[in-house]
Design a protein around this ligand. Structure first.
Ligand SMILES: [Zn+2]
Ligand SMILES: [Zn+2]
Length: 337
């Protein structure tokens, strides 16, 4: 069989329900070919939930997707972002500017703003964490070069008009959507819930293809927060989930359970990795992820590993060991301090 040539990704728009359009926007990331923005009918226009990231040509992809849905950017009356990752808010500033629409977002998006205000400082901090975690120097240098060469993914400055917190509702023709705080994947993460129609816009909190990621270093225990957020969403009894990547899916509760199971599996694997003897976070990532830890995945798998370790530390099952010499990578051991 001939290997199919890779289709160039372009923006696509499709109606998934009356008054709900999925705008599928391409991403430049390996393994994550696109993200979704959602357009919700609201009077003579739409509410846009998430925006896609900013990169050369990205606005044209969004316009193409809107066009396929019979919409134009000028129809956007309000912009709502599920969380402060650039694939979800990267085009919010120019859209806000162009349409005059308000931008609504959770207040805990400060870390993105801070890192974009001073990218070198943010990069320096991440490099420090990576070095302390035992990432080999050559790999670290390659990653730094790659980071410097790629854009930030956000165009302009995020100016939020209204804080998206519980109690705030987003009004659409389908009814009001309620804000559910779901930190874990990102501190600023929220889901939108439409109770009468049992719809959930889940951002990256719940995806059709189970894939976990947590921001590290901004909150005490991202994994614990994520588990708590799974409970919050499970209690909503939604029947259809419109997620930040991939197709809409049903069996929301089944997906919640699968996420819980995967977290349990990974935590167990990290516990076992530590049982084999003290290790740096990078070595733990190697033990847990094995072959999957490649040049393309090392950065996010290391971030996740730090979150697993932190979760076990909070539970009294992992400890940061005193380094034998100054400047040495931090090692983790099993058990409480
Ligand atoms: Zn995200
Ligand atoms: Zn995303």
């Amino acid at each position: 069989m001939r290997k199919p040539t890779r289709r160039r990704e372009v923006g696509r728009g499709e109606r998934v329900l009356p008054g709900v359009w999925r705008l599928r926007l391409p991403l430049p990331w390996p393994g994550v070919p696109h993200c979704n923005a959602w357009a919700l009918a609201a009077g003579d226009g739409v509410v846009l939930v998430d925006t896609g990231m900013h990169e050369p040509g990205s606005m044209a992809h969004l316009e193409r997707a809107l066009d396929q849905a019979g919409l134009r950017a000028e129809h956007i009356r309000q912009i709502v972002c599920t969380h402060a990752h650039v694939d979800h808010c990267g085009q919010a500033p120019p859209l806000r500017e162009r349409t005059g629409a308000e931008l609504w977002m959770h207040p805990d998006h400060g870390h993105l703003v801070a890192s974009l205000a001073d990218p070198e400082r943010a990069l320096g901090q991440r490099v420090e964490v990576a070095r302390q975690s035992g990432v080999p120097e050559a790999e670290l240098q390659r990653w730094i070069a790659q980071r410097r060469a790629s854009g930030t993914g956000l165009s302009g400055t995020l100016q939020v008009d209204r804080e998206l917190v519980p109690g705030v509702t987003v009004a659409t023709d389908l009814g009001d959507w309620q804000v559910v705080e779901t930190p874990g994947h990102a501190p600023s993460h929220v889901c939108l819930h439409q109770p009468e129609r049992r719809l959930l816009i889940s951002g990256d909190h719940l995806l059709g293809r189970i894939s976990l990621y947590f921001d590290y270093g901004y909150t005490p225990d991202p994994v614990g927060e994520f588990l708590h957020s799974l409970d919050a969403v499970d209690g909503l009894d939604a029947r259809l989930c419109l997620s930040g990547h991939g197709r809409p899916f049903t069996d929301v509760s089944g997906h919640v359970s699968a996420n819980r199971a995967l977290v349990g599996e990974r935590v167990r694997a990290v516990r076992e990795a530590l049982a084999a003897g003290p290790a740096t976070a990078y070595e733990v990532a190697e033990r847990v992820y094995g072959e999957a830890l490649s040049r393309h995945t090392a950065s996010w798998l290391l971030t996740k590993t730090l979150c697993w370790l932190r979760h076990l530390e909070v539970a009294g099952e992992a400890t940061r060991l005193e380094p034998a010499a100054a400047g040495e990578a931090e090692r983790w051991g099993a058990g409480a301090a």
